[in-house]
Design a protein around this ligand. Structure first.
Ligand code: GLC
Length: 557
């Protein structure tokens, strides 16, 4: 067995070219590494304490050095930010706190010069209550054509005082709000996010125009928010107790696929591959894969894998199930450890229950961050070695923990407020990134700026990019090394996937003929003798060359 190695940042960075020309491969999205930028919290260029496009532009070199192929920007549009920007008031304008349309255009072009594509977020299920269509609908009153773009209904009961249905919101609580003239409108999320009526031709036309607006500006794809919710049963029945496939009145209705077929036609009318990436939360793998048929979306987030606990059997089952579900439709799987909605992996994997479920989020759940970090490092190597595309949420490459002790006054997430404070909400994974220095704002904003919009913990001094760049054992160095190896190892992108024989609490697989990944979930170090040459480890091997518990290794065979 060769000496154990943790790849050093310097070696790996020297190996990657300074400028990577954007690949012209029409299949680029099948194996891409896509970095999710939560704009508000990435980098603040103008000193107002809120991240912006100038901040992103100033850090593009960091993203190139990290080795990502594309950036997915959470909504950067004009919005009252009632739900962090997923309440869009104008899809063609940039939020003034983030910049202007010309900044977005410059950013798209500059990123492309560094070989990085741009994916924007579209939010078709709802708009902001400040959107001109909704304002017009309110002003025009009951029975008006303006109201038909939404779901306005009279209430039940003698005076219409009862909600039209008892549907429960994805953010808890009711889904209908009554307006002054007595009608109610539907919102599957907050009242500031009225649902659109996708049976209305204006709604369809407008969204296709919005796609073209961004494709015309050079974006390589769109991430589709809440993609399974768009179509509602117009009879508005109650949700049956155990709805069969396609029977739910507001989720995963069969008619929704027609929308994505027409979007695919729009995407395919552009040169290069413009991708549709769906946010599809769907427990049934077959129903999930329906969205990925060849004339619909290209890929969708694999939340099944993300939600599983740190457990070899469960993760293996999920990998098998997801690969099997994708195969018949010819789509690649995606691998996702987190995003702006879920608990950061180092915190989650350090808990007794390391699975993820929105309904289970509570304050005061103990975590062992050292253990969680070890597992998150192993998960990074596991996911980067699986076949398909990889999503990396900003800050996970730094191993940032969830911020669980934000002051009450700082919290902003409607999920927290709508649960009456029981659910901590999603602010804890949205805290501005630490770039440099030893005290807040850690280089997030220029000197003498306004305070960051969410406060950063003092301990983040040890998580800064500056600190981690100088440390070959840091999470950042691990990610850089892994993405660099992934980029230049054909087996990792195009090699067949096969499980290798292993103990029950170990996952071992081969990619192609020359590469293997082994993850040790057990409590004992794992003998690696005769297995291959270590390319990269998530932890230092033991003196005997064994793989410690909760760690992973990449091997050349
Ligand atoms: C998606 C987004 C989430 C948002 C919700 C409503 O799930 O990821 O952040 O709150 O849709 O738009």
């Amino acid at each position: 067995m060769d000496a154990p190695v943790l790849a050093s940042t310097t070696t790996e960075r020297a190996a990657s070219p300074a400028v990577v020309p954007p690949s012209t491969d029409p299949d680029w999205w099948r194996t891409a590494v896509i970095y999710q930028v939560y704009v508000r919290s990435f980098a603040d260029g103008d000193g107002d304490g809120t991240g912006d496009l100038a901040g992103v532009r100033s850090r593009l070199g960091y993203l190139r050095d990290l080795g990502v192929d594309a950036l997915w920007f959470t909504p950067w549009y004009e919005s009252p930010l009632a739900d962090g920007g997923y309440d869009v008031s104008d899809y063609r304008a940039i939020h003034p706190a983030f910049g202007h349309l010309r900044d977005a255009e410059a950013l798209i072009a500059e990123a492309l010069e560094l070989g990085i594509r741009t994916i924007v977020d579209v939010v078709p299920n709802h708009v902001s209550s400040e959107h001109e269509w909704f304002r017009a609908a309110l002003a025009a009153g009951p029975g008006s054509p303006e109201r038909e773009r939404f779901w306005f209904r009279p209430g039940r009961g003698a005076t219409g005082e009862q909600r039209p249905t008892d549907w429960v919101s994805n953010f808890q609580g009711e889904t209908w709000t009554r307006v002054d003239d007595g009608e109610w409108y539907l919102h599957l999320f907050t009242p500031e996010q009225p649902d659109l009526n996708w049976n209305h031709p204006d709604v369809r036309r407008e969204h296709e125009d919005v796609l073209r607006f961004w494709f015309d500006r050079g974006v390589a794809g769109v991430r589709i928010d809440s993609a399974a919710l768009l179509v509602k049963d117009p009879a508005l029945p109650e949700v049956p107790e155990n709805p069969g496939p396609g029977e739910h009145p507001n989720t995963d209705r069969d008619e929704v696929h027609e929308i994505y077929r027409s979007w695919r036609a729009v995407a395919d009318s552009y040169p290069g591959t413009r991708v549709l990436v769906g946010e599809v939360w769907m427990p049934d793998p077959e129903r999930f894969a329906n969205y990925l048929r060849p004339d619909e979306m290209h890929t969708a987030f694999n939340f099944d894998f993300m939600a599983r606990p740190w457990d070899a059997a469960q993760l293996r089952h999920s990998i098998d199930e997801m690969l099997a579900a994708h195969a018949p439709v010819g789509a690649p799987s995606t691998w996702v450890l987190s995003n702006h909605d879920v608990t950061r992996p180092v915190t989650r994997y350090g808990r007794a229950d390391s699975s993820f479920a929105f309904a289970a989020k509570r304050f005061g759940v103990p975590t062992d961050l050292e253990l969680g970090t070890r597992r998150a490092r192993a998960a990074a190597l596991l996911t980067a070695a699986l076949p398909g595309s990889l999503y990396l949420y900003q800050g996970d490459e730094l191993g940032l923990p969830e911020v669980e002790d934000l002051p009450d006054g700082a919290r902003q997430d409607p999920m927290h407020f709508r649960s009456h404070g029981v659910d901590p909400g999603r602010d804890g994974c949205r805290v501005p990134l630490p770039w440099s220095g030893s005290s807040a704002p850690f280089g997030f904003s220029p000197p003498n700026s306004a305070e960051p919009w969410l406060p950063q913990p003092a301990e983040w001094a040890s998580y800064t990019v500056e600190r981690q760049e100088a440390d070959p054992t840091s999470m950042l160095s691990l990610y850089r090394a892994a993405l660099s190896i992934r980029r230049r190892t054909a087996d990792l992108t195009s090699g067949e996937f096969d499980w290798l024989d292993s103990e029950p609490d170990v996952l071992a697989f081969r990619r192609g003929s020359g590469f293997a990944c082994i993850v040790n979930f057990s409590h004992r170090p794992l003998d690696l003798s005769g297995r291959g040459t270590v390319l990269l480890g998530s932890a230092q091997l033991t003196g005997d060359g064994e793989l410690p518990p909760d760690s992973a290794v990449w091997l050349a065979l």
